[in-house]
Design a protein around this ligand. Structure first.
Ligand SMILES: [Ca+2]
Ligand SMILES: [Ca+2]
Length: 99
């Protein structure tokens, strides 16, 4: 597999690893989303510096308002984070990356 194919497979695997815990493998409940973010994105969570960060993220992600995060909604988190990482990466390359 190529690197990009592995990335896509990882995203799918990680989503389903957490989504399946309550028996409904199609969506992440509040608890499952918190666990996913705490386990898989610890430095992102620390950078937020906000105890309600996960709750805010969940509300932002939940576009159809069912209080759960499906794979499509999860992808928008990944896309959003990747966009800010890429920006930082470009800035860093110009030695201007500041927090
Ligand atoms: Ca679930
Ligand atoms: Ca939803």
């Amino acid at each position: 597999m190529t690197e990009l194919e592995k990335c896509m497979e990882s995203l799918i695997t990680i989503f389903h690893r957490y989504a399946g815990e309550d028996g409904d493998g199609k969506t992440l409940s509040k608890k499952e989303l918190s666990k996913l973010i705490e386990t898989e994105l610890p430095s992102f969570l620390q950078a937020q510096n906000d105890p309600k960060a996960v709750e805010k993220i969940r509300k932002d992600l939940d576009q159809n308002g069912d209080s759960k995060v499906d794979f499509e909604e999860f992808l928008s988190l990944v896309v959003g984070l990747s966009l800010s990482c890429e920006k930082c990466f470009v800035l860093h390359a110009q030695k201007k990356c500041r927090k």
